[in-house]
Design a protein. Structure first.
Length: 513
């Protein structure tokens, strides 16, 4: 057989196979089933959505969804259009860490799977250390979803809660924690919710800090100082330059407050060191400037005030004037420092100028008289709706105040609105008043009586509100005073007694021839 003769049958066979292939229907080709989860990580209680795709060969059938080999509630689920969707909550017994969501057929064959991470509880602080009062943002992960997370902090040997927030749908949350008072060193911030094992902690280091007010002034000035974040129950030393000028003691939380007197030194910036026995320390600066200082710089009339002044001429007599009125004198020392005291004279509320002068140099300071009104006087007599016979005496409780003496104003009117005044007395120095004969109130009827009220005015001209109006009736009184009635009764008794005596002792008369 020729070569051509052998080739022809082969070609015919191939053609036949191609023809048969064209006549037989082609079988469809399917992509592998796949599943995804959303979210891919979260704490216990997180709601997870499982989405399946490429399940065309299971249309009309059901598939089974498992989490960590435990079939979820609502499984099996139906497949339609090659897809399915199912939701479940991560159980509160789920181990933390990596887990698997698996999809299986009715005959338990593995079709696909997707990873999920059960996030363990944890917190982080945006600031690891700082002073008391620092606001720290606490970021949380892995807590039970949609439940309350409580934040606690240990201070002074006691752990207390400082706030709470709801975790979101995956167990995340944030909380701003102002660091409370606490001793120097490391403290623990804890976050926990209503499941005992949902707890996490982080460490925060408290650093010492101080507040000095003011930060500049003349030598001799009394300065306020407060501190926090030092060792608990320890002695605090305050050094001005290299000289120890004051001591204090912290409380159980490492806090303290006190004062110190600025040394009389040259003008300029001076270092200030505050330190405890455990080597916790803070360095600050104080600027000494020529000038005058008042301690205190505000108060009431009669307040004793200490005046200090620097920058004066050495060894000269210094005069202190309050609104132009001389209130004190003192002698400047060899470096131009002077200290003396005075009592605030009678003056109105507000700012008043204090001048300290030696005739060559002059320093100035401001004293502020308090502006707090006195308390409302508590009325005494006449009592509410009482009927009082003349002479009527009005009484009320004395009022104490920063600016003494306190004086009173009394008003009596024929109406509750006090538009019909019948008596007004101002400047009363004692909490009682009896109207004079010319001021006596006319007797009132039951239908129309009187009202009285009182207010207080302190030495700084601060005025209290009026007391509540008190209604009362003024009686007619007696025609004569008691002593006159008693005298008349006594005279009557004496006259009757005398007549009886005379009748009984009169001797009979006999006539004889």
């Amino acid at each position: 057989m020729t070569k051509f003769g052998r080739t022809l049958p082969a070609i015919a066979g191939i053609a036949m196979i191609a023809l048969l292939a064209a006549l037989v229907p082609a079988q469809p080709s399917f992509a592998a089933p796949a599943a995804s989860v959303s979210p891919a990580a979260g704490g216990r209680g997180t709601t997870v959505t499982v989405s399946g795709s490429n399940f065309d060969s299971f249309n009309g059938d059901q598939v089974h969804v498992f989490f960590n080999d435990v079939e979820i509630f609502g499984s099996p689920v139906a497949v339609s259009g090659g897809t399915f969707q199912a939701t479940f909550n991560i159980p509160n017994t789920a181990p933390r860490g990596d887990a698997w969501v698996t999809v299986r057929s009715d005959i338990d064959s593995l079709l696909t799977q997707a990873p999920f991470t059960v996030t363990p509880p944890s917190i982080t602080l945006d600031i690891p250390r700082g002073v008391v009062g620092t606001v720290v943002t606490v970021s949380c992960q892995g807590f039970y979803a949609d439940r309350v997370v409580v934040f606690t902090y240990d201070s002074g040997g006691v752990r207390a809660a400082y706030g709470e927030v709801f975790a979101d749908s995956t167990g995340d949350c944030t909380f701003d924690l102002p660091i409370p008072s606490g001793e120097a060193g490391w403290h623990t911030v804890e976050a926990l919710n209503d499941l005992d094992d949902d707890i996490a902690s982080a460490a925060f280091e408290v650093l010492p800090s101080v507040v000095i007010d003011p930060l500049q002034g003349p030598g001799g000035l009394i300065v306020d100082i407060t501190g926090s974040g030092f060792a608990a129950d320890q002695e605090i030393s305050i050094d001005f330059r290299s000289d120890r000028i004051s001591y204090n003691t912290t409380d159980r939380y490492g806090d303290f407050e006190g004062t110190f007197r600025v040394p009389v030194l040259a003008a300029g910036v001076h270092p200030l060191t505050i330190e405890d026995a455990d080597d916790n320390w803070v360095e600050s600066r104080f600027t000494i400037v020529p000038g005058a200082a008042l301690t205190p710089s505000e108060g009431g009339v009669g307040q004793e005030v200490t005046v200090t002044a620097t920058g004066l001429a050495p060894d000269l007599m210094v005069t202190v004037r309050y609104d132009g009125l001389e209130v004190a004198r003192g002698l400047a020392d060899g470096v131009g420092f002077m200290e003396t005291v005075f009592d605030v004279p009678l003056s109105t509320r507000g700012a008043h100028t204090v001048l300290i002068t030696d005739g060559v140099e002059t320093q100035q300071a401001i004293f502020t008289v308090e502006s707090v009104p006195p308390a409302v006087p508590e009325p005494g007599l006449p009592a509410v709706d009482s009927e009082v016979l003349p002479p009527i005496t009005f009484t009320w409780a004395a009022v104490d105040d920063l600016s003494l003496p306190v004086k009173y104003t009394l008003q009596v009117a024929g109406d509750e609105a006090f538009t019909e005044l019948v008596l007004e007395k101002t400047g009363l120095t004692v909490p009682t008043y009896t109207p004079t004969k010319d001021e006596r109130l006319r007797p009132s009827s039951r239908a129309g009586g009187y009202f009285w009220r009182v207010m207080a005015v302190d030495a700084a001209s601060n005025v209290s509100p009026w007391s509540a109006p008190r209604p009362f009736l003024a009686g007619k009184g007696k025609l004569m005073p008691n002593w006159a009635v008693y005298v008349l009764i006594g005279l009557g008794v004496a006259i009757v007694g005398f007549l009886v005596f005379r009748i009984r002792t009169r001797s009979p008369r006999y006539w004889t021839d």
